[in-house]
Design a protein around this ligand. Structure first.
Ligand code: HPA
Length: 283
């Protein structure tokens, strides 16, 4: 059965969702998409108003862990934000457009910046499990795109500066402001994120290939949303939480449970960093 909405239905869902978001009276300029381990960030939002994804037609139905996704509208310091708890991954369907309409609806509702978070495997000892990394660029090794089948010349969107250099500089400055608090709270790496579709983890040979290609982290998300966000005119900042050394780089056995356990242990520090980054963001 073909369950893909027609282009008209997809556009209608985007418009209806943007209208529903606007009807709250909130005006988020920044959206923060939470990946594995980043969930507690939603608790940092002041004056929260939560809307389940089911009430937003442009948002996906999520199956993972039985948790429905939700958008939490609220404030962080001087910024109005929309926090997205829950992402549809390409490995669930084999297509990269799971968050396409949702990201477009945010842009239509006035969002200017998409902040993405994820859990990722580390390709370098310089980024041990528990550390965080600003994504400076990506390798779309899956060679999938949410823009397959899009009409118009806008589909040929530039991926130069896809991860906004000024936003990354601002993030570093915000973290410097945390110096002198808990040791290492201001430390964040920067590197290239390689996207593999999954859901299986990589082979050690694939990891060696990614190292040769210049990647520092590997994961199963984020790239599709970055592409759609750039197409929609949003600026993007993305942060990885390294939950493990990638396949073949350590003796630990990779599993989703391991990813979640490491993410939970490192989550407080990562969330404190992200909170400082978003609060300090200049649009
Ligand atoms: N590979 C792919 N995705 C991941 C990993 C990994 O090692 N760790 C967390 N997400």
């Amino acid at each position: 059965m073909n369950t893909k909405p027609s282009p008209d239905a997809a556009t209608a869902a985007v418009e209806a969702t943007a209208a529903r978001l606007r009807a709250t009276g909130r005006r988020p300029a920044i959206a923060v998409l939470l990946g594995s381990g980043w969930g507690p960030f939603a608790d940092a939002v002041q004056d929260p108003l939560a809307i389940p994804y089911e009430e937003l037609p442009a948002f996906p139905v999520l199956q993972v862990g039985g948790h429905a996704g939700r958008v939490v509208l609220g404030r962080l310091g001087r910024h109005e934000v929309a926090v997205l708890a829950g992402r549809k991954h390409a490995y669930e369907t084999g297509t990269a457009d799971g968050m396409k309409a949702a990201v477009r609806s945010l842009a239509r509702a006035g969002v200017q910046v998409l902040v993405q978070t994820n859990a990722a495997g580390s390709l370098t000892l310089a980024l041990p499990p528990g550390s965080t990394m600003l994504i400076a660029d990506h390798l779309n090794l899956a060679q999938q795109s949410p823009l397959f089948g899009e009409p118009g010349d806008e589909r040929f969107v530039s991926m130069v500066n896809a991860y906004d250099a000024a936003l990354r500089e601002g993030a570093r400055a915000a973290l410097r402001g945390l110096q002198g608090q808990e040791p290492g709270l201001d430390a964040i790496g920067e590197g290239v994120y390689a996207w593999f579709m999954g859901p299986q983890f990589e082979t050690p040979a694939e990891i060696r290939m990614m190292q040769l290609l210049g990647a520092q982290a590997v994961g199963m998300s984020t790239v599709p949303e970055t592409i759609v966000a750039r197409h929609a005119g949003l600026r993007v900042l993305a942060v990885s939480l390294l939950t493990n050394m990638a396949a073949g780089l350590s003796d630990e056995k990779l599993s989703h449970a391991h990813t979640l356990a490491t993410a939970a242990a490192a989550s407080a520090r990562a969330v404190a960093q992200l909170t400082a980054i978003v609060r300090g963001m200049s649009l």
